[in-house]
Design a protein around this ligand. Sequence first.
Ligand code: SAH
Length: 355
Amino acid sequence: MLELIAKAFNTNKLTKEEIIYLLQNLKDEDRQTLFGYALETKKKHYGDEVYLRGLIEFSNHCRQDCLYCGIRASNPMLSRYRLTPEEIQVCCQEGYNLGYRTFVLQSGEDLWYTKDIIVKIIRRIKDKFPGVAITLSIGERKRDEYEAYFRAGADRFLMRHETASERLYAKLHPTMKLENRLACLQALKEIGYQVGAGFMVGLPGQSHIDLAEDLCYLQELEPDMVGIGPFIPHSETPLKGEKGGTVEDTLVMVALTRLLLPESLLPAATAMGTLHPQGRELALQAGANVVMPLLTPSSVRKLYELYQNKICLNDESGKCRYCIERRINSVGMAADLSRGDSSRFIRTHELKQKR
Ligand code: SAH
């Protein structure tokens, strides 16, 4: 086992069989070794810095019906909200004043925001706050829309693949196809976005083989970011009675991702903070290097409930900003408010400019 972990650390590559063997046979004491190597790898590429991104959850309307998600289309118990482009701009102003230089605009799949509206939102933010990076996380759209957003100034796109297992994906997404999701990620990459994929840990029926498939897919795609979080059941969904993922299993997947994609940006998921008071700090010590404190107005935060017991629902954005910084400092790391591009992206960009 130690040999296998050392191989992942030294070569940043494992085969599917090796990953499965590792997941099936990892003992408690091996975990600490794995986390240690992952932290060392993170430090090699990103030092002690942890990037902060301001997250704006701007709409909880969704046309999709993912079985695990609290804002799925067929949850009738939820009041739905939309922030206007002006309200989004106000969130950004607040974030800019707090020092954020990346804004993540996330929502359900809400077609009220047409291509033109999204383009306008992006242009206004880029005009008013020069030098900031915009990350979109709005789900599946047509390629020409992704192209228009990129031309308007969007820099990054975050869309977890959720699970790379055909069988599991089909079971959990009655209105979607894995093939389309992966095609969207591929298109986003070709267009020139810094792309974020990612998956949930502890989905009902998810095996070690399924998780190995997630890592193999990531090794192939080579995304700039990877969002990994535990699945947490929501009471108004068909999966309400399921067990959900654990902090320990999620940490193992974060650490392995750090070893296999050493230059990637890995958020310490908010869902980790729900399962454990120090969940995000533990993720930082297992190789994560990004946190996304909320900039969503507190009046609507509780309505963007993807899973039960989401944290920070009653806090002001300023409080989140400093709470997170204290947590980062508590594990001997430093909050970095710069744009925080992935080092893979910076390297390939510089190469292009030289040519
Ligand atoms: N509509 C956008 C944003 C989705 S919400 C998109 O399709 O990309 C952001 C993420 O929350 C999802 O990608 C999913 O991985 C996660 N999520 C949803 N429900 C969850 C749950 N019950 N537990 C944990 N994470 C969940």
